[in-house]
Design a protein around this ligand. Structure first.
Ligand code: NAD
Length: 351
């Protein structure tokens, strides 16, 4: 690939490359490059398309979410699309904090401008490095589980999700209290991340290697490969974890007024919700939380690849809305690429 190629030729090269990476990552669960390399190419394509809007095509990876769902699973049409998150990165080499976190400051400025507000309240939580799933409950009973797929259509993995111990199969709302004032709607859709704890990943890979089977490049791919099994007994034999991180607003029913209240409510209903979550005001506090979570990253029992900030008030989220493949009210603040080395090493071991 040459940097002297024309913008159109370079964009075509990047699109082909990213389509391949997406297929390897989302469909085959076997990436051939570290995420940092993917992110670099993805950004290059976005910048090229920003500078030359005529190069943007509807099928460009910059306009789409995920990969095509595997036909072997039944299809689930998502009632509300499952989108991605836009990313910001920090330049950890920059001495000046404003320069170091310039992309985050720009995100906060856009949000404040959109809301006409001086300071905004954000919910902060780790960015789990697993795969997104949707769980549907009818009258409190788990009836359907799906992967994100291409955002509109996911794979029906209901039977496999049933084997994940921490996913409640029946919701038992506690008696009404101040904290639990929102009634359980007839149809409830919860979204969250399926992942594999680091210790279970080590154990799985040791077992796979001992049996002469494929070892996984990282816990994210082990989780995706384990969930997307046609035989749910295999999924059951792998230890998968789940954390809820959002609620699809129920039609015609009450919902908690903020993201943080939603998380408390889901926790009360029996969903596992991450402990490392806070609510803060203003961008300085976001930077503080980012640095604090980055410092604790290695001590967490699961992989994270950044921190997610969400405008806390649901009414403000509505006002900000969405761009093509992501909400305007949330952003993923990615960590520096430590994974680049480990993944390359893991791939080397596999070869
Ligand atoms: P993303 O992973 O950057 O962000 C969106 C996802 O974040 C959501 O779908 C959800 O699953 C997850 N998430 C985790 N914690 C969350 C939380 N607290 N709240 C809300 N969502 C949360 O976007 P993506 O579109 O899923 O994937 C793109 C990323 O995947 C790339 O940036 C790259 O890192 C990786 N990727 C790598 C390759 C490769 O070949 N190595 C290929 C494709 C994608």
């Amino acid at each position: 690939m040459t940097l002297s190629a024309s913008p159109a030729a370079r964009a075509a090269q990047l699109r082909a490359l990213l389509h391949r990476y997406n297929h390897e990552y989302y469909v085959l669960d076997t990436p051939s490059v570290p995420d940092a390399e993917y992110d670099l190419r993805f950004r290059e394509l976005c910048e090229l398309e920003r500078a030359h809007p005529e190069l943007r095509s509807a099928d460009s990876p910059s306009q789409r979410v995920g990969g095509l769902p595997l036909a072997a699973f039944g299809e689930v049409r998502h009632a509300v699309p499952m989108l991605s998150l836009n990313n910001v990165f920090s330049d950890m080499q920059a001495d000046d904090p404003a320069q170091r976190h310039a992309e985050l400051l720009a995100f906060d400025a856009r949000v404040r401008e959109g809301l006409g507000r001086e300071r905004v309240e954000y919910a902060v939580e780790p960015k789990f490095d697993g795969l997104a799933v949707s769980l549907v409950y009818e009258d409190g009973v788990f009836v359907q589980g799906a992967t994100r797929g291409d955002g509109s259509t996911g794979e029906n993995v209901t039977e496999n999700l049933r084997t994940v111990q921490s996913i409640p199969l029946r919701l038992t709302p506690p008696p009404a209290t101040d904290l639990f004032a929102t009634p359980l709607p007839a149809r409830l859709e919860v979204r969250g991340e399926v992942l594999m704890l680091k210790r279970d990943f080590e154990r799985l890979n040791a077992d796979q290697a001992a049996a002469g089977l494929k070892v996984f490049v990282n816990p994210r791919n082990a989780a995706a490969g384990s969930l997307r099994q046609l035989d749910s007994r295999i999924t059951a034999s792998r230890r998968l974890a789940f954390f809820a991180y959002s609620l699809v607003e129920p039609d015609g029913a009450d919902a908690p007024p903020s993201h943080s209240a939603t998380m408390d409510w889901l926790q009360q209903l029996g969903f596992p919700v991450c402990r490392e979550r806070t609510v803060v005001c203003g961008v300085e506090a976001l930077i503080h939380e980012y640095e604090s979570i980055l410092e604790r990253r290695a001590t967490l029992p699961f992989d994270i690849d950044g921190v997610v900030y969400k405008v806390n008030a649901v009414a403000d989220q509505h006002q900000l809305g969405f761009v093509s493949r992501a909400p305007r009210f949330a952003i993923a603040h990615k960590f520096p690429a430590e994974e680049a080395l480990t993944v390359v090493e893991a791939i080397t071991v596999q070869v």
